[in-house]
Design a protein around this ligand. Structure first.
Ligand SMILES: Cc1ncc(COP(=O)(O)O)c(C=O)c1O
Length: 390
């Protein structure tokens, strides 16, 4: 394999070598089950490392360690939050508010809850994907038990005003969950300042291993556990802990906290230079989502009119450039993206979107090479396209 320029970090990130180094001893020598810490010294060591990871994850989002429950990732955390709050608060009401641009890990859970008598209300988003906190306020009724609105959108990078939304929820006595899978370790996240009651995060989005994540549950929030068994994780999530993965997540969280500002500024520099160049070099290209500080530092979602994204992505891959289409999180989907539809991208542009998501190791000096390749392939595809006229 030749040189690869990886630009799909919203889909997943490589494990940082420092994270891997931290994890290694826990695959073999320190393999014991942390639950047997009272009788085994190896278990005790593993348990200590797991608790250190919990502290690191908690510190990253300004929570208490005992408010952090380890899960298998963002999808599980979202499931646990929505189903857990819904079933624990059924006696208070049956309405849940969310948005049409959530990840499937929230949208499909909300749909499922309808089968159990819950009513789902969708707050609209504007043409850049923003929710207006006043619209959330208007939808809340005495029957509302939960609001679930993502911190930032995985496709178009829009950062929602979660602090204001959280304040509305708190004022009305409604629990507030946010899917922060795309923001944790990328931009500051503070559950206290942002009035958050439950928060989902996923290790593989910030240089940790796949298959591990966490759910923050504020001390006073009741949820019904949906994984019953041995009672691990304070009874919220039974099952032998994925200790090696958790220790990797903890290290990624520690590094994420230490390096967040520096990473953010380098990534933003790449994003802004890249966007400027591509808009200058290729005609009929436009950005989805906002073009200001309310956008994720590493996200560029653009429509390249007159082409379809798959042949472009395949041709870029041939050149060693890996970018994304709409969302990579729902494998093999052929339907148009629900996010792009919700923000009103015209029908003819829905399959012309590419998503470039930048990581901490991308190099500014690669921008010319990337844009030149996109330009060349776009020109070839447009020349063949019956829908494209110069
Ligand atoms: C916003 C958002 N939520 C949830 C998920 C699912 O996370 P995981 O892959 O850890 O299950 C993803 C990505 O895949 C995501 O981008």
């Amino acid at each position: 394999m030749g040189r690869i320029i990886y630009l799909d970090h919203a889909s997943t990130t490589p494990v940082d070598s420092r994270v891997l180094k931290k994890m290694k001893p826990y695959f073999t020598g320190l393999f014991a089950n942390p639950a047997t810490r009272w009788t085994s010294s190896i278990s005790q060591k593993v348990d200590e490392a797991v608790e250190e990871a919990r502290k690191n994850v908690a510190a990253l989002i300004n929570a208490l360690p005992e408010e952090v429950i380890f899960t298998s990732g963002g999808t599980e955390s979202d499931n646990a939050a929505l189903k857990g709050v819904a079933f624990a608060n059924r006696n208070r009401g049956n309405e849940i508010i969310t948005t049409p641009i959530e990840h499937e890990a929230v949208l499909k859970v909300a749909e499922r809850l309808q089968d159990f008598g819950f009513v789902i209300k969708y707050v609209p988003v504007d043409s850049e994907g923003f929710v207006d906190p006043d619209d959330v306020k208007k939808l809340i009724t005495p029957k509302t038990i939960l609001v679930s609105i993502m911190h930032a959108n995985n496709e178009i990078g829009t950062i929602e005003p979660v602090r204001e939304i959280g304040a509305v929820c708190r004022e009305r006595g409604v629990f507030f969950h946010t899917d922060a899978v795309q923001t944790v370790a990328h931009i500051p996240v503070d559950v206290e300042q942002m009035n958050i009651d439950l928060l989902s995060l996923s290790s593989h989005k910030f240089y940790g291993p796949k298959g591990v994540g966490a759910l923050y549950i504020r001390k006073d929030v009741q949820i019904v556990p949906y994984m019953d068994g041995g009672g691990q994780e304070q009874g919220f999530r039974s099952g032998t802990l994925n200790s090696t993965g958790i220790i990797g997540l903890g290290e990624a969280a520690k590094l994420g906290k230490e390096e967040q500002e520096e990473r953010e500024s380098c990534i933003k520099e790449f994003r802004d230079a890249f966007l400027k160049k591509i808009l200058e070099e290729i005609p009929a290209v436009y950005l989805n989502g906002p073009n200001d500080d309310r956008r994720l530092p590493g996200n560029i979602s653009i429509v390249i009119q007159g082409i379809r994204n798959e042949p472009l992505l395949v041709a870029l891959n041939e050149k060693g450039i890996i970018a994304g289409g709409g969302s990579a999180c729902s494998a093999g989907k052929k339907n148009p993206s629900h996010v792009l539809e919700a923000i009103g991208v015209p029908e003819e542009d829905l399959f012309s979107v590419i998503r470039i998501t930048i990581g901490k190791d991308n190099k500014l000096e690669d921008i010319d090479f990337i844009v030149e390749n996109i330009k060349e392939i776009t020109n070839q595809l447009r020349a063949l396209s019956p829908f494209w006229e110069e």
